[in-house]
Design a protein around this ligand. Structure first.
Ligand code: ZN
Length: 512
């Protein structure tokens, strides 16, 4: 049996920040409490089993009671049962001055993804190592159904690519690209396979489906207690605008944000919310990027709709001036929806401040600049879409979110971990530092400072869109099911990742 006691740190949850020790036993968190020592308590323990209470002697026969001040703050059980025996043999790690977060969850990755002529630079091996090094202990990747094929075939294929290759835990959203009664009958099968979240596309000719199909999918998935996330862009308009830009000889990356304009996104967001309203189901919007999209979400929520919103670091830190960089450098920032304007960034920070955004994923989809982005040198629409980010999401959001006063530590915990765990059916196994949860733990050093560079990154891609950005705060230790798996930004144990079979969505955090 392995035991680790993290001593002297500050535990952060979505609703509290408290000094507490964390006892890990094997793969799980065994106890969280103030000053866990195994010594007979001198302070008053507020839990029902405190010394002198009626139940104490019954509960603690043969073992000494400790000064537990948990008081049910963390798990509400109020149980006080950490004894000297529990602590004996524990490796004690002093984490004084450090923050302790539940392992971060990246809600949006595309590893080992085929895109027309190329495949992403990161596969499940490098992608999950990069994620883990940055403090992410679980990623949700997108499985994509091939047209004419089944969902289970897609799921099997993704398992083949991922199983045995992951260094952090992983699970899959299912992207439906072909909808018919047979596929509908597979939704309960997916539930049994641990897949409770789906994605549909309103853009991309090879992926998109009709509004009618989206309506039916929303209802079929809601029946299983799942949730559908949607890529909201008006696909027809993108095709039309792209053709018109090409006809005018506009083929550089500067044309990308014109073909994927803000209106192209917000129209689709509004339409998707309208479909959800008529279907009477909750929805998730992935990678929301504009002020106007956020306004449509507010209107829907005002009507009583349950709308979850994901956004990504790129929409806070990159803007559309990047597309005009010389030497085709703009191609590095070609992703969809594209980087927007300063006012959109401000609107997203504002939404963060008001608790209107639920999750921050990365949409990590990395293509090498030298060999893959370059394929679009003569035609912006042929530039493979996507950027890397899974390794740097936590440091970016901490530095520019928490330290700039735009979000609290609790909000950071909700946005990067807790809400994702709930929304995607993993809570409290994931997303919580409490008794019984998986010991996926990030010990965060708030004082560690550095600079993001491609040279230092684990992501197997030849650039980072965040090159040169200064960061403060970084994961010093990352535990995955109780094992120290990464230290100071480097993976120390690889290949520990497991598939996470997920349950129904818990959207209680988003009750209007
Ligand atoms: Zn994506």
């Amino acid at each position: 049996m392995s035991k680790i006691l993290l001593k002297g740190g500050t535990v952060v949850s979505g609703s509290s920040v408290k000094k507490a020790d964390v006892l890990i036993e094997d793969e799980k968190i065994k106890a969280v409490g103030t000053d866990l020592s195994g010594e007979k308590g001198s302070k008053t323990c507020p839990c029902p089993y405190r010394e002198g209470s009626e139940t104490a002697s019954d509960q603690l026969v043969g073992s000494e009671y400790v000064k537990c001040n948990r008081g049910g703050d963390f798990n509400g059980t109020g149980k006080c049962h950490v004894t000297k025996e529990d602590l004996s043999g524990a490796e004690v790690i002093d984490v004084t001055g450090k923050l302790i977060f539940p392992g971060f969850i990246d809600t949006h990755t595309h590893f080992q993804m085929q895109a027309s002529d190329c495949v992403t630079a990161d596969d499940f091996d490098s992608g999950t190592r990069a994620a883990l090094a940055g403090g992410t202990t679980c990623i949700l990747d997108f499985t994509t159904q091939n047209k004419g094929k089944t969902l289970i075939a897609a799921l099997d294929h993704w398992h083949e690519m991922a199983d045995g290759h992951c260094s952090c835990d992983y699970s899959f959203h299912m992207s439906i690209t072909d909808w018919n009664p047979d596929i509908k009958s597979e939704i309960p099968v997916m539930t049994r396979e641990g897949v409770t979240s789906y994605k549909v596309y309103m853009a991309y000719p090879n992926l998109r489906i009709t509004d009618h199909e989206i309506f039916e999918i929303l209802q079929a998935v809601a029946q299983e207690g799942g949730i559908v996330g949607t890529h909201c862009e008006n696909g027809d308009l993108i095709v039309a605008l792209t053709a018109s830009l090409r006809a005018r000889g506009l083929t550089s990356p500067s044309a990308h944000p014109i073909a994927h304009s803000r209106e192209v996104e917000s129209e689709a967001v509004n339409r998707y919310l309208t479909i959800a309203h008529e279907a009477g189901t909750p929805v998730n919007i992935v990678h929301l990027s504009t002020k106007q999209s956020m306004d449509f979400v507010r209107m829907a929520r005002d009507k009583g709709q349950i709308v979850c919103v994901e956004t990504c670091p790129q929409y806070f830190f990159l803007d559309d001036s990047m597309y005009d960089l010389p030497d085709f450098e703009g191609a590095k920032y070609v992703f969809s929806p594209p980087a927007r304007k300063k006012e959109d960034q401000d609107a997203l920070w504002d939404a963060i401040r008001h608790g209107e955004i639920d999750t921050i994923g990365t949409d990590h989809c990395s293509f090498n600049f030298a060999t893959e982005k370059i394929l679009g040198i003569d035609d912006f629409a042929s530039i493979p879409n996507g950027i890397p980010g899974t390794e740097h999401r936590p440091v970016l959001m901490y530095t520019y979110g928490v330290l700039k006063g735009r979000m609290t530590n609790q909000a950071f915990c909700r946005l990067l971990s807790e809400n994702a765990a709930k929304q995607f059916g993993m809570y409290p196994q994931k997303g919580a530092i409490q008794e019984g949860s998986d010991a996926d733990i990030v010990v965060w050093d708030p004082n560690c400072a550095g600079v993001i560079t491609a040279e230092k990154q684990i992501q197997a891609v030849d650039y980072t869109p965040y090159e040169g950005m200064e960061i403060k705060g970084a994961p010093s230790l990352v535990f995955l099911h109780g094992q120290l798996a990464a230290k100071d930004g480097q993976v120390v144990r690889k290949g520990l990742g497991r598939y996470v079979s997920r349950k129904a969505a818990d959207l209680s955090f988003r009750k209007n």
